[in-house]
Write a protein that binds this ligand. Structure first.
Ligand code: AP5
Ligand code: MG
Length: 214
């Protein structure tokens, strides 16, 4: 079960990918989380990625593609995986298809979580994230049990640096220009599935499970 999650920033890719990963016992691979982890640990990759992330721009493909190509052939990916935030433009999509084709593999589902731009800004301003385990909350929609504290690991929640209104607007522009064309790309490959991401989180999850189990 090899899955790609598509959708605008804040569409709920990370929220759903985490639940799918748990239910089906496959790894959740988020390039955004990998960059944030490197940033937190002060690595060279983290420092380079920060320059782009802070501006809401894409990190260059040469820094991104190889990381994914290494990760998806690790032992824990044998049963499949869920890619969240990769690919993010057509060259990354083609790169992924090429490395998989060479290994006689392919993506089984590209799930597009559709949420209109109007809803996105509200979601981002209310998002809180756990800097330790990566769990995501929303102060109104999906609050943690104890305010400001991660349910899973008890760490204090933070607001992501790129969730400022100006940066969110830039990320949305980048999404429309660079990432949205992947919807047609995966449609042509015959693996595109669309879910209505404006529904409550559990309903979105049920729709995705139906697609995966069909
Ligand atoms: P990344 O971390 O991937 O961010 P993104 O794609 O912009 O998406 P988000 O993580 O912001 O949103 P999401 O769809 O995961 O939504 P979430 O579940 O959190 O990338 C960050 C940056 O890294 C990029 O800008 C780029 O610079 C760089 N980068 C990453 N990958 C790259 C790549 N491949 N190439 C180049 N650069 C790359 O949900 C959002 C909020 O809504 C939360 O508060 C959540 O609780 C709430 N919510 C979720 N579902 C629902 C629901 N159904 N109803 C109501 N609220 C909901
Ligand atoms: Mg995310």
């Amino acid at each position: 079960m090899k899955i790609v999650m598509l959708g605008a920033p804040g569409a709920g890719k990370g929220t759903q990918a985490a639940r799918i990963a748990e239910k089906y016992g496959i790894p959740h691979i988020s390039t955004g989380d990998i960059f944030r982890y490197n940033l937190k640990n002060g690595t060279e990759l983290g420092k380079k990625a920060k320059e782009y992330m802070d501006k809401g721009e894409l990190v260059p493909d040469e820094l991104t593609c190889e990381i994914v190509a290494d990760r998806i052939f690790m032992d824990d990916c044998a049963k499949g995986y869920i890619l969240d935030g990769f690919p993010r433009n057509i060259p990354q999509g083609r790169y992924l298809t090429d490395v998989l084709t060479k290994a006689d593999q392919k993506i089984d589902f590209a799930i597009d979580v559709e949420v209109p731009d109007e809803n996105i800004v509200k979601r981002m301003s209310g998002r809180r994230a756990c800097p330790n385990c990566g769990a995501t909350y929303h102060i109104v929609n999906i609050p943690p049990k104890k305010e400001g504290i991660c349910d899973t690991c008890g760490t204090e929640l933070i607001q992501r640096a790129d969730d400022k209104a100006e940066t969110v607007k830039k990320r949305l522009d980048v999404y429309h220009d660079a990432t949205q064309p992947l919807i047609d790309y995966y449609k042509e490959l015959g693996v595109l599935k669309t879910v209505d991401g404006t529904q409550p989180m559990n309903d979105v999850f049920e729709d995705i499970c139906k697609i995966l189990e069909d």
